[in-house]
Design a protein around this ligand. Structure first.
Ligand code: NAD
Ligand code: DAU
Length: 350
């Protein structure tokens, strides 16, 4: 069936992979990418689909009610996949309100626009909200996040995402909107903005800059290749059950310090440096305030009920990722100029 899908945040890291997958895999769908092009949005991420007949870009802010209304009407939107968000925990610590505005107010604005446009046919349309495992809080004593793990967000970012998840469920319950939510673990891969751990380290190893490891580097994250997340979103969008939540993850836990050391050794090899050279760049810095210790997703439900599983092993994904950054210097030059440099020196010092 032909659809006109509004994907928000499609110029960002994960959104760009989702847009590309949907445009290429579903030529009968019209894909409308709505993005405000904040510092994290980059149309260079979408070069592969630019000019494709089933792809449309709309520059708009999800906080702008009239813009949303016009876009729903102009493209007769049938479904929404909502990824637009402020996504960086460190930024949420310095500017929590920006996260409330986009992640909470923006999401409710989008829910309203969908509800108004779909009116009494709400059950014919899907509002898919893309969320994070951080809403479950921090694991300290083993175990995994399950879909029914109680929410316990610890940072302004995760509190804003938890709030947006609650609003989506409230719209499903109150207005009988057809919704689905997925909560994913840490993604890595091409197009990842270099304020996040993996691309920041790749960039700094390449340019011989210090590798800032927060605290003792003992915090654990569960890493998934971004294209596998995009495949999971495709699966949930088409096969997910109304009102359900699906956790997405790679069963792939790493301590931060081990990831940083792995990147150092792989890049020493690729850059023809003597083994051990890049590790000397590791610098332990002040810990993130309220730093969550460990995230780990149990992705059994999506595997068993919807048949999704990661396609790439971490070793393979990290090779692809490093090679992509080494082969896309222009992309890095563009995103590491101007505003990024200001942010970087404010956060880490010069
Ligand atoms: P990102 O920061 O790379 O991209 C966010 C995109 O949203 C950017 O293109 C930005 O321009 C756009 N945007 C921001 N504010 C907007 C606004 N007010 N109106 C319209 N567009 C706006 O983020 P990402 O890492 O790609 O994350 C995408 C989504 O996935 C987010 O909702 C995030 O919470 C979630 N998520 C991310 C991860 C991860 O590891 N990166 C893991 C799980 C879930
Ligand atoms: O778990 C999913 C979440 O993963 C997403 O919802 C977020 O949008 C995404 O940004 C990511 O959050 P994290 O805070 O886990 O990612 P980040 O890359 O910022 O940090 C990963 C770990 O590395 C974390 O424990 C903090 C640490 N870190 C990070 C940076 C930027 C450092 O030690 N040094 C750094 O310079």
């Amino acid at each position: 069936m032909s659809k006109s899908i509004l994907i928000t945040g499609g110029a960002g890291f994960i959104g760009s992979h989702v847009v590309q997958l949907f445009v290429e895999k579903y030529p009968d769908y019209t894909i409308v990418n709505l993005d405000a092009l904040t510092y994290a949005g980059n149309l260079e991420n979408l070069k592969a689909v630019e000019g494709t007949s089933n792809y449309i870009f709309e520059k708009a802010d999800i906080q702008d009610e009239s813009a949303l209304k016009a876009i729903f009407a102009k493209h007769a939107i049938t479904d929404v996949i909502h990824l637009a968000a402020e996504s960086h925990v460190d930024r949420s610590i310095t500017d929590p309100l920006a996260f409330v505005k986009t992640n909470v107010f923006g999401t409710v604005n989008l829910l309203n626009a969908a509800k108004e446009f779909w009116k009494d046919k709400l059950s014919d349309h899907l509002f898919y909200h893309v969320s994070t495992d951080e809403v479950y809080g921090s694991l300290h004593d083993g175990g995994f996040f399950l879909e029914d793990t109680p929410y316990d967000p610890q940072s302004p970012y995760s509190a804003s995402k938890a709030s947006s998840d609650h609003f989506v469920r409230a719209y499903a319950n109150t207005y009988k909107m057809k919704t689905v939510i997925s909560n994913c673990s840490n993604n890595y891969g091409p197009n990842h903005f270099p304020e996040k751990l993996i691309p920041l380290c790749i960039h700094n190893i390449k340019t011989n800059k210090p590798l800032p490891v927060y605290g003792r580097g003992e915090n654990v994250r569960d890493w998934l290749f971004v294209k596998d997340h995009a495949r999971a979103i495709d699966t949930v969008f088409h096969k997910g059950k109304e009102g359900e939540t699906y956790n997405i993850g790679g069963f792939n836990e790493w301590k931060n310090i081990d990831i940083v050391k792995l990147l150092c050794s792989k890049m020493d090899e690729k850059l023809g440096r003597e083994a051990g050279t890049s590790e000397k760049l590791i610098t332990y810095v002040k810990d993130r305030a309220g730093h969550d210790l460990r995230y780990a997703i149990d992705a059994t439900k999506i595997q068993q009920e919807l048949g999704w599983e990661p396609s790439l092993q971490f070793e393979e994904g990290i090779e692809i990722t490093i090679d992509w950054y080494l082969n896309n210097q222009d992309w890095l030059d563009h995103v590491t100029s101007g505003a990024y440099q200001k942010y970087y020196s404010e956060h880490y010092g010069d």
